[in-house]
Design a protein around this ligand. Structure first.
Ligand SMILES: Nc1ncnc2c1ncn2[C@@H]1O[C@H](COP(=O)(O)OP(=O)(O)O)[C@@H](O)[C@H]1O
Ligand SMILES: Cc1ncc(COP(=O)(O)O)c(N)n1
Length: 275
């Protein structure tokens, strides 16, 4: 009998919005999955007309179409880890939570996307509590930036110690299994904090002075998702994601007149990827 050429490859799904500019949203997620040697799939929640200058239009996908995309990939190709990004509305969040429960997708990364770098709202105000109450309890990890962690917890965050307190509240108060609060919006060396219900860890890097940070949060959470799809534990996944996003910010591409995309090739050029 001929030897089988079938290989198993880790598979990751992103449930998020499309960024026509290619730097954030599902485009950032799929590029990141690819660079980390994970097979990427997508379920679009919305299409945005977007470039480095801002969001020029939002066109949401009908609920039935979002559910059909998720069901189609899970039932045939299989999903080892899943992330959510832009979810826009309360009913989209409810639907995504329903499909995640139905398919028993436990390796779930929630990036609670609220506002684009240019200021456009990607999540309606009335959806914020639904995200916290319905989706966060299903998460293996939630990855808010400082303003998002402030909205979720209602607290003001000015220091790394505040970020740690916010991470604790997201886990102990809202039922996520872990939280990474990202420190890009505070001054100084950007420090991200991970709390998993037992211990706190800090991940710090150099800060690069650049306006090309469009899609940093999407890329970071996609890298965590890719590593979880490979079966890595969460601290390892966060460490790789931090290295991935740091390289992507450092080696800017200089595209566009506004907040340009990060460099999704950079990490692969400087790190040996597991083959
Ligand atoms: N100027 C920067 N230099 C290096 N790393 C950064 C910079 N800005 C953000 N980061 C890192 O990029 C990731 C995303 O951070 P953050 O800006 O806090 O979230 P978001 O992109 O969701 O707004 C985090 O790992 C953060 O530490
Ligand atoms: C479709 C989509 N999803 C997410 C973001 C957030 O990315 P960022 O906050 O890094 O601009 C975005 N701008 N567009």
């Amino acid at each position: 009998m001929e030897e089988s050429t079938v290989k198993t490859i880790p598979r990751a799904l992103t449930i998020a919005g499309s960024d026509s500019g290619g730097g954030a949203g599902i485009q950032a997620d799929l590029k990141t999955f690819q660079m980390l040697d994970v097979f990427g799939m997508s379920a679009l929640t919305a299409v945005t007309a977007q470039n480095t200058l801002g969001v020029h239009g939002i066109y949401e996908i009908p609920l039935e179409g979002i559910a059909a995309q998720i069901d189609a990939v899970v039932e045939d190709l299989g999903v080892d880890a899943v992330k959510t990004g832009m979810l826009s509305r309360p009913d989209i969040i409810e639907l995504v939570a329903d499909r995640i429960r139905h398919h028993k997708l436990t390796a779930l990364v929630i990036d609670p996307v609220m506002i684009a770098k240019g200021g456009a709202a990607l999540l309606k105000d009335e959806a914020k509590s639904v995200l916290r109450d319905v989706l966060v309890p299903l998460a293996a990890v939630v990855t808010p930036n400082v303003p998002e962690a402030e909205v979720l917890t209602g607290m003001t965050i000015a220091t790394v110690a505040d970020m740690e307190e916010a991470a604790r509240r997201i886990v102990d108060g809202f039922g996520a299994r872990a939280a990474v609060v990202k420190g890009g919006h505070l001054e100084g060396e950007p420090t991200d904090v991970l709390y998993d219900g037992t211990s706190l860890r800090r991940f710090t890097s150099e800060r690069y002075a650049t306006r090309h940070t469009h899609g940093t949060g999407c890329t970071f959470s996609a890298a965590i998702t890719a590593e979880l799809a490979k079966g890595r534990d969460l601290p390892d996944a966060v460490q790789t994601a931090k290295a991935f996003i740091t390289s992507a910010i450092k080696e800017e591409l200089g595209l566009g007149a506004g907040h340009g995309p990060t460099n999704h090739w950079a990490y692969g050029r400087t790190h040996t990827r597991g083959k």
